[in-house]
Design a protein. Structure first.
Ligand code: SF4
Length: 221
């Protein structure tokens, strides 16, 4: 298989509707996987996907000032992601949302919960340390603890977070700062669709973009 490498494509001609193979890079999936594009395009016709997809497009459109803007003019955004989440919930008819959050971002989770409740949503929330289990109780070796091996250290419990939100029948779930790995386990075990409000990045104050914009971070190994 010729693997897609869109991140390495300088000009991204697909954004202008270009499909001429002579101007597409060698790793371009438009050039190499036309049959996949055709097959996947048909999937959007399924009613559950189409409705979700349509409301996603509308959410994107409504994220900008409503005035039509001229060609090449930058559209002006009008709302933050937390507002996007409640707007999207309104469009798809979601009433109960789940928050799966890290205890290290408990304050932020409380703020997010309060804002979303103010927007009329029922918020169910589960912290990562729910269950109050020591890491060793879930099979983590004691010397993997961050502090002294004999001292209690709460295990992150993404499967429990997913299970409690599954039983709460949330319409979709929102990640607030789960660790790398735990976030994937949570996503894999959540029955409801999962989106992210805050991505954890301890080093940058949860703003991983900073690492991409400063040359100093490039040399961190
Ligand atoms: S789809 Fe093709 S043209 Fe578009 S970014 Fe990827 S490699 Fe570039």
């Amino acid at each position: 298989m010729i693997y897609p490498k869109c991140a390495e494509c300088k000009d991204k001609p697909c954004t202008r509707g270009e499909t001429d193979p002579s101007i597409l890079p060698a790793f371009c999936p438009i050039k190499n996987h036309k049959e996949v594009i055709d097959e996947v395009s048909e999937r959007y016709a399924s009613s559950d996907i189409y409705d979700f997809f349509l409301k996603s497009a509308l959410t994107e459109k409504q994220a900008y000032e409503p005035e039509p803007y001229r060609e090449n003019e930058i559209a002006i955004p009008v709302r933050p992601r937390v507002k996007e989440l409640s707007a999207f919930a309104g469009l798809i008819g979601a009433k109960r949302l789940g928050l799966a959050f890290c205890s290290g971002l408990a304050d932020e989770a409380g703020r997010a919960s309060a804002i979303l409740r103010d927007h009329g949503l029922d918020i169910v929330s589960v912290v990562c340390s729910c269950g109050a289990l020591d890491k060793t109780a879930l099979g983590i070796p004691a010397d993997y603890k961050m502090r002294k091996p004999e001292v209690f250290e709460a295990a992150c419990n993404p499967l429990l977070q997913a299970e409690l939100l599954n039983r709460s029948e949330t319409d979709f779930n929102i990640i607030v700062g789960l660790c790398v790995g735990h976030d994937m386990l949570f996503t894999r075990h959540s029955k409801a669709p999962v989106t992210t409000l805050i991505v954890k990045d301890r080093f940058t104050g949860h703003n991983p973009l900073i690492s991409l914009y400063t040359r100093y971070h490039r040399f961190i190994r």
